[in-house]
Design a binder for this molecule. Structure first.
Ligand SMILES: [Zn+2]
Length: 417
């Protein structure tokens, strides 16, 4: 082979996303259609890479060794980063975000610096602890360390200024005190140019110094929302704390990953025992996403509804919360009740409930199971389809590998190996 397939892959990965950006600029698209195009692109690239991985596994397995060429691994990573970058750019165009070239570069540079910091910290802690103690301790410890440094990372990634107005500080502290949270650090986060208007609290419960729990809020909330609406938004954030949503969500994510891995191991063992054929990497990834996404999604959605209801219990006005959410959505340039499709949810993990759904739960005053529903039928159908494809491919492979029925029987007996 004169031209290596990995080179073709890498060039395709680096060039094609640009055409999509041009296409979106020429004729404006909706966020929904951008998500669909990028999801198809993701599936296409990942599929291509995993099919190559599969064929390499088979050829190398014959030689008794398997190694993933570094260029393939980096192509996979690059393709994902490119698609996500292009997706966020396209969505930015659709939302009407306009940045000057210098601002674009600065935003990009800060983002990259933040990601490099997060990755280095995670890598250093998990490998150091993993090497000296255990990897099972390394990963959770690295994740806890990341919670501690989030307030600092946010300040590296975005422009922030400490809030100094005593009235504003009083308002914030009063709201958080109602949820028994003693908040000491407050920052304005300047994201209005990116049409981001929101409030967020990060950092650990038992933080100290610069690692203390901090509130980041866009100044636009104070400019555009009424006092009652601002209070409602702050109480929603405080409610997340009162209900311990952050540790719960992390636990759910960990459990979801374990569940998905367990399922892959079980299915992989079954296909190998029956057909002496390893499970395709493509199928493994698809199953992983399909199992993990609804699991984490359902819990994250439930948490948003719970925080809304708790905010009302803590003294927020329900109608003020709804009108605040309406204003924030309008300022962000996001269509109000566009529900992300099944495809978008699985590929990009879009899980937040829509404004209409939240307003409905607030009006009812409780979470009816209907508002929680994920498209479970679609998940189950896709799961079955993927599994059936894998099993038939393995079966056909077995037919070609062991054409004689007697040998096939021997091959399919697990004790023969
Ligand atoms: Zn929330």
């Amino acid at each position: 082979m004169a031209i290596d397939i990995h080179w073709i892959l890498s060039v395709a990965i680096l060039t094609t996303p640009f055409f999509f950006e041009k296409w979106a600029k020429r004729s404006p698209r909706t966020i929904q259609s951008i998500n669909h195009v990028c999801a198809v692109l993701t599936v296409f690239y990942l599929g291509l890479i995993l099919v190559v991985t599969d064929s390499l596994t088979q050829t190398n397995a014959a030689k008794g060794a398997f190694s993933l060429p570094p260029i393939l691994a980096s192509s996979a990573l690059l393709s994902l980063i490119w698609i996500y970058q292009v997706r966020s750019k396209l969505i930015g165009i659709a939302r009407g975000i306009k940045l000057r070239q210098g601002e674009k570069l600065l935003t990009q540079a800060r983002m990259i610096l933040g990601i490099v910091l997060i990755y280095s910290l995670y890598y250093l802690i998990s490998t150091w602890v993993g090497k000296h103690f255990s990897i099972w301790l390394g990963i959770p410890l690295a994740m806890i360390a990341l919670i501690y440094v989030t307030p600092i990372i946010l300040q590296v990634m975005w422009k922030t200024t400490p809030i100094q107005n005593p009235e504003t500080i009083n308002l914030i502290q009063d709201c958080f005190a109602r949820a028994d949270v003693d908040l000491k650090r407050f920052y304005f986060i300047h994201l209005q140019k990116l049409k981001f208007h929101n409030a967020m609290v990060c950092g650990p419960r038992f933080g100290f110094g610069p690692f203390r729990r901090s509130l980041f809020i866009t100044p636009s909330l104070f400019d555009h929302l009424s006092l009652d609406e601002t209070k409602a938004v702050l109480l929603h954030e405080a409610a997340h704390f009162k209900l311990h949503h952050l540790p719960k969500r992390m636990g759910a994510a960990g459990l979801g990953i374990l569940l998905a891995l367990l399922m892959i191991v079980i299915i992989g063992t079954v296909t190998f025992t029956l057909f002496k054929s390893p499970m395709s990497a493509l199928v493994e990834l698809a199953l992983f996403l399909l199992i993990q996404a609804p699991f984490v999604g359902t819990i994250a959605r439930r948490h948003e509804f719970e925080a809304d209801l708790m905010a009302v219990q803590l003294g927020a006005s329900g109608p003020a919360l709804v009108s605040a959410l309406q204003k924030i959505t309008a300022l962000s340039g996001i269509p109000q009740s566009e529900r992300p499709s099944f495809f978008t949810r699985v590929i990009f993990g879009v899980i937040h409930p829509t404004l209409d759904e939240r307003a409905m739960v607030l009006a009812q005053g409780y979470i009816a199971s209907k508002s929680l529903a994920q498209p479970l039928k679609q998940y189950a159908l896709t799961f079955t389809l993927i599994l059936a494809t894998q099993l038939s491919v393995s079966y056909l492979n077995l037919q070609t590998k062991y054409p004689h029925p007697a040998i096939r029987n021997i091959a399919s007996t697990p004790s023969q190996r």
